[in-house]
Design a protein around this ligand. Structure first.
Ligand code: PHE
Ligand code: NA
Length: 501
């Protein structure tokens, strides 16, 4: 059959897009806080081990599946075994869920970019963020729109629509070609500026001084594996989709190593920048970094940082650089999510890119605006994020590894496929890591999380709320996998799943 599939313009297009997907909000607002609270300097050890034993091997697995079976997750898995299609929809469903809240955070960063001009948040950024900007209400489903959030969110969705319609090479490829270099320049400037702030070195000290005892804590290891998964965007079906647009003869493993290295470097850089800034904050307050509060999650970026920015000479510029970085990093990740969903729909219903792009971005945009631009947005986001990342993605990774290696027995074939065109050769160790170590470590993580969430609940939210937005998220993804699998394929050659890779 002739190949009408979209393709990246060149190898660099693919690599930049893959880096764009990997480098995201997770690097800037998640990594520094996670590392700090999980042993600081000592965290680098579990982090590196997680990267080498699970991160890179599963990244290669995603690449191999996408490149060999040349499709988005549902069709790629179907081509491996007809009954495996639901796993593809499970990943697509997760992308749907993550995309709708990721867009909200990008929108907040856009607003805060503008607020940086006049330091709009004043001297109580916590109250400003929660009460004035987000207008957070009780954890109920509210339909009261918050215009300050709704408008930037709508802009994000319009941008997604336009880029999707322009396609893989001219839309996504070009977007990353501009945004990624820009992000590197802006973020580097930000980190250099931060290093010259008084107290910066104390911040780095706090960040890098190892707490060796942390290594004995299984939660620290769990945190390292979870961070690596989210951060590399693996087991979401994104890298499967992106790799499916690579030319047949493309060096897959080497680009994988470049992407993994770039992502981790960016993470370290973010840790340095963030902690240098926090060192300055402690210096101003005449205290220690360890005494500071609000170092994780949305609070770090939208409350703690604004506070520091307000105390800094030239804070406006610093704020603009910081929030611009969040927007750039976020947009290039969100577009990878959108392409994953759009390509799945495109193949299943045999519709063209334009139609799929329109349907997917309008649908996701509408749901996203409905759920996250209202006064209950922040709380819903927090809950959906917890369940999709700590349960959904881990489950997806476990099932994917076990099915591919043990049930479908494709390990050897995929390894040979990778090695056929790549310069970095993958040895049998790869199958062991993906097939045995991965599922064992991840299985342990999953059980641990499920038990904690069931016995302790989450953030004290009411049970019905956790049921709807937490477990409901997972139930939703399961329903998506069943329903979409049951819909018949429009093209016979896809439903037969005959595929000569
Ligand atoms: N890897 C991205 C980050 O670090 C997050 C992401 C997850 C992006 C899943 C796309 C899909 O922020
Ligand atoms: Na990342």
């Amino acid at each position: 059959a002739q190949e009408s599939r979209e393709q990246w313009n060149h190898q660099a297009g693919f690599i930049l897009a893959a880096i764009g997907s990997a480098v995201g909000l997770g690097n800037i607002w998640r990594f520094p806080g996670v590392a700090y609270s999980s042993g600081s300097g000592a965290f680098l050890i579990p982090y590196l081990i997680a990267l080498l034993t699970a991160g890179i091997p599963i990244l290669f697995l995603d690449y191999a599946i996408g490149h060999r079976f040349r499709a988005a997750p549902p069709l790629a898995f179907r081509r491996m075994a007809k009954w495996a299609e639901p796993l593809g929809w499970f990943q697509t469903g997760l992308l749907f869920v993550i995309g709708i809240y990721y867009a909200a955070v990008i929108a907040w960063a856009m607003s805060y970019f503008v607020f940086s001009f006049d330091l709009r948040w004043g001297d109580d950024p916590a109250t400003f963020f929660v009460s004035e900007y987000l207008q957070v209400g009780d954890p109920v489903v509210s339909t009261t729109p918050v215009w300050g959030v709704l408008i930037p969110m709508a802009l994000v969705w319009i941008l997604m629509l336009v880029v999707l319609l322009l396609g893989v090479a001219n839309g996504i490829g070009k977007l990353n070609m501009i945004f990624i270099p820009l992000l590197v320049v802006i973020f580097t400037a930000l980190v250099i500026r931060a290093l010259f702030l008084p107290g910066a070195l104390d911040g780095l000290d706090a960040f890098f001084t190892p707490d060796w005892a942390a290594l004995a804590d299984p939660n620290v290891w769990i945190a390292a594996y979870a961070q690596i998964f989210f951060s590399l965007s693996i087991a979401f079906g994104i890298m499967i989709t992106y790799a499916s647009y690579q030319r047949r003869k493309a060096n897959m493993t080497s680009s994988g190593l470049v992407v993994a290295f770039a992502n981790s470097s960016f993470e370290l850089l973010a840790g340095i920048g963030v902690f240098a800034t926090l060192g300055f904050m402690a210096h101003q307050a005449n205290t220690q970094v360890s005494e500071l509060e609000g170092l994780t999650g949305p609070i770090l970026s939208f409350v703690t940082f604004p506070k520091v920015i307000a105390e800094m000479p030239g804070g406006n510029i610093f704020g603009m650089l910081f929030f611009a970085s969040l927007v750039l990093a976020g947009v290039t990740s969100l577009i990878s999510i959108m392409q994953g969903v759009s390509a799945s729909v495109q193949e299943k219903f045999s519709i063209d890119r334009i139609k799929a792009g329109l349907i997917v971005s309008i649908l996701m945009g509408a749901v996203s605006l409905f759920l996250f631009s209202t006064t209950s947005g922040l709380i819903a986001l927090d809950t959906v994020d917890m369940w999709s990342n700590n349960i959904g993605i881990v489950l997806s990774a476990i099932v994917m590894s076990i099915l591919t290696i043990w049930i479908m027995r494709r390990g050897r074939e995929l390894r040979i496929h990778l090695n056929a065109v790549s310069t970095f050769k993958v040895g049998p160790w790869w199958t062991v890591l993906v097939g045995i170590l991965g599922p064992v470590v991840l299985g342990f993580m999953l059980v641990q999380r499920v038990i904690t969430l069931i016995t302790e609940g989450y953030e004290g939210y009411p049970g019905w709320y956790i049921g709807v937005f937490g477990w409901g998220t997972i139930a939703f993804v399961f329903i998506v996998s069943v329903v979409f699998t049951l819909i018949p394929w429009r093209r016979k050659e896809f439903s037969d799943a005959q595929f000569n890779a």
